[in-house]
Every structure is written in structure tokens, then in C-alpha cells.
Design a protein around this ligand. Structure first.
Ligand SMILES: [Zn+2]
Length: 390
């Protein structure tokens, strides 16, 4: 009965927060039936190669080399299942009572679908999803429906961002607001959204993760865009223009032209942010000369002169270049060098000045990428959240 799936009405209903809690990975689904565990943990995961998701085309990943034809899905093919879904690469044989109990879409589907019109194999209806839903998306969906945290984790390990993509896709298409909430949780656990965590985790985010997150965040999770753009802006010009390689999945991730321009513009401002915000204490000294600092310093002239010397040397070494991290304070060597020519009072003044400068740099990040301010980004996120829970 190819085509039946997409003819079924999409049920428009609001789901409560209770529903959301019920389906989080930590919770138990309302049915206790679990997939059989005879398979070991090394499941092959289907690749998102047959995707229909036009607004957000996905890159190919290592798992995209799907087995040909009618392979039984290694995790979601149960001998006692009573409905079979086929995709271009895998067959899924699953339990309708679980689908109905965990998805308003399937609830409608099995209420309305007339099984007498279905192609039957072993007396079970076979529903062809080829061209409608990918094996990858079905795997993520069934991992959620079966509350199969082990398999879900396997998919996450294979590609977190592609799981996030699938969750947003399924959440928006099949009225699962809790999937969108889960996807947001995954994204915000990677990309910091507030100043306190900002400087600590950014350097650990791989470039390819940022490149992959940008289109997802633009449509679904604007709150992580400043961090995603910022990480992307640490890429070389070549990577920004030609794409960056994800070695673990053997693929190249490329930004679309609009995002390339945004990232390049942001990159060109990194040095300026560093000079005018993070290390604005040097600018302060340059502008005020010997009237720096305000407080009592018995070696005023020597201290301010030394800072001007340090600034000149740092500048000459590319310290304020666009490849530098805007938030990184002086490392120990540079700090020791800087502080050796300062009195204790001025040393503390510089230290405090850099800390304040880091906060100012964080506040300036959204504007680097045309996102105006954190408040604007947060308001946009609220609007998206509201739309996704409607
Ligand atoms: Zn001093």
C-alpha cells in the first residue's frame, strides 16, 4: 500500500508537558515491552541517504552506505511484530500497540488505515515508506517509541547532530514537541548559551560539529547560533569556503553561501573584539597615558609605560589577530611576562580589566554574526519554542 502513509491526516493536537516528560529517555514509556536484546551493542546504523528533508539537506555520513534492498533492521525487526515498514534500505517489523501508545500520528494512522487494502506478508500489513521517511529517521523514531536508550545512544555516538536533525524533523512533522525539546537539550549541551559556561567549553567543540549545527540551529534552535557561528569562525578561510572534513564520518561539511558570509564577517571581527573588549585594558592605558590607573600607584609612570610596551610587543606578534580566541585570557607565560613590570595594585587592575573584558566580548558575540544581542537571540528562541509546542 505504497503511499498510504502520506495520505493519512496529520492530527493536530497539543501535547501536554506530561507527555513530554513521559517520552524523555530517562522515563519509562507507558508500555513496558522492550526490544529483544539478543543483538550485541554494535548495531550497524542506517544512514540518512534517502532523505526528503529539503529545507535542511544533510551531508552524507559513513553509515550512508546502506545495505541494499530488503535488509531486516538489526534492532527493530521483531518476529512477533504485527506491522512492517519498508524503506529503501531496511525493513522494520514492529508492534502497533507501541506505535499507537507513543505517537499521536500512529494512533491516527492505525485508527484510520484499512488493513484490508494493504499488501500483506505473513498476515501483517506492509507499509512502504520509500521516499517518505528515511531508515535513519525511522531508527531514531523507533528508538524513542521503544524507549530504547541503548540503541539511541548508539545513534548518538554515530552522529549526534544527525540524531538532532532527525528529532527536529520527526518532532515538527509528526507532532512530537517532546522530540524538539530533546533535540534542543542535546544542542544546548554542546553549545553554551550563557556567559558562565562560554569560555570553558568552546575550544573543545569540533569545527565539523559547528558547521553541521548552524543550519539546524537557524531553523530550530537559534539560542545556540552565537556559539556555533563563533566556533565556525575559528576555521581557516579555506575551511570556511571549501568545507571542513569530519574524519570520524569520512565526509566534508560545507556551509551554505549565506552562512559562509556570516562566518567570514564574524571572523574578521575576532581581532577587533579581542583588542577592544577582552584586552581593552591596553587600549585604556594607551588612551590615558600616565593618568592610568585611576587609583594610587606609586610607580604610575613605570606601570603604564610597561603596559604600553607589552601591548606593542603583543600586537607585533599577532596577538590581536582574527585567528585568536576572543575569550582566552593571557596564558601563564604571557601573564608572568606582563605582570613582572607592574606593581601589585596595577597587576590586579589588569587582571580585573581582562575579566571584565571577557564578559564584554561574550556580550558582543551575537552582533559579530548579525544576531544583534543575546536578548534578541533568546526572544527568537522563545518564539520557536512556542511554535514547536503548538
Ligand atoms: Zn602600578
Amino acid at each position: 500500500m505504497s503511499g498510504t502513509f502520506d495520505r493519512l491526516p496529520r492530527r493536530s493536537l497539543k501535547r501536554s508537558r506530561n507527555d513530554e516528560e513521559e517520552s524523555t529517555p530517562q522515563s519509562t514509556s507507558r508500555h513496558s515491552k522492550k526490544p529483544c536484546n539478543h543483538l550485541n551493542m554494535e548495531y550497524p546504523t542506517p544512514g540518512p541517504s534517502e532523505d526528503e528533508d529539503a529545507y535542511n539537506p544533510r551531508p552524507t555520513c559513513k553509515a550512508a552506505e546502506s545495505p541494499s534492498g530488503d535488509m531486516q533492521h538489526p534492532r527493530f525487526y521483531f518476529e512477533d511484530g504485527d506491522v512492517t515498514f519498508t524503506t529503501s534500505s531496511y525493513r522494520f517489523k514492529v508492534h502497533t500497540f507501541l506505535l499507537i501508545g507513543n505517537s499521536p500520528f500512529f494512533e491516527d494512522m492505525f485508527e484510520i488505515a484499512n488493513p484490508d487494502n494493504s499488501e500483506r506478508t505473513d498476515e501483517n500489513p506492509v507499509i512502504n515508506l520509500d521516499g517518505i521517511e528515511t531508515a535513519w529517521n525511522m531508527s531514531v523514531w523507533l528508538a524513542k517509541i521503544y524507549d530504547d536508550q541503548g540503541y539511541f545512544q548508539t545513534l548518538l555516538d554515530d552522529s549526534t547532530l544527525q540524531v538532532v536533525d532527525a528529532l527536529y524533523h520527526l518532532g515538527n512533522k509528526y507532532t512530537h514537541p517532546e522530540y524538539c525539546a530533546h533535540a534542543k537539550l542535546l544542542l544546548t549541551s554542546i553549545f553554551p548559551t550563557d556567559l558562565s559556561t562560554w569560555s570553558q567549553s568552546l575550544s573543545s567543540i569540533p569545527l565539523c560539529t559547528a558547521f553541521e549545527a548552524i543550519p539546524l540551529a537557524k531553523h530550530n534552535c537559534p539560542i545556540v547560533l552565537p556559539a556555533a557561528f563563533y566556533v565556525a569562525s575559528s576555521a581557516s578561510l579555506d575551511d570556511i569556503i571549501q568545507g571542513t572534513t569530519d574524519f570520524s564520518n569520512k565526509r566534508t561539511l560545507t556551509l551554505n553561501p549565506e552562512d559562509q558570509v556570516t562566518v567570514l564577517r564574524g571572523k574578521l571581527r575576532r581581532g577587533q573584539i579581542r583588542r577592544n573588549h577582552t584586552f581593552s585594558v591596553f587600549q585604556d592605558v594607551l588612551q590615558r597615558g600616565e593618568s592610568w590607573p585611576d587609583h594610587k600607584c606609586s610607580h604610575k609612570r613605570a606601570c603604564s609605560e610597561w603596559l604600553r610596551t607589552v601591548y606593542g610587543r603583543l600586537d607585533g606578534c599577532g596577538f590581536f589577530g582574527n585567528d585568536q580566541d576572543c575569550f582566552e585570557p593571557l596564558n601563564k607565560t604571557l601573564w608572568d611576562y606582563t605582570s613582572k613590570g607592574l606593581c601589585t595594585i596595577c597587576r590586579n587592575q589588569v587582571k580585573d580589566g581582562i575579566w571584565v573584558g571577557q564578559q564584554e566580548a561574550c556580550a558582543a558575540v551575537p552582533d559579530m554574526f548579525g544576531l544583534h544581542s543575546w536578548l534578541d537571540v533568546k526572544l527568537e528562541q522563545m518564539a520557536v519554542d512556542e511554535f514547536q509546542t503548538e
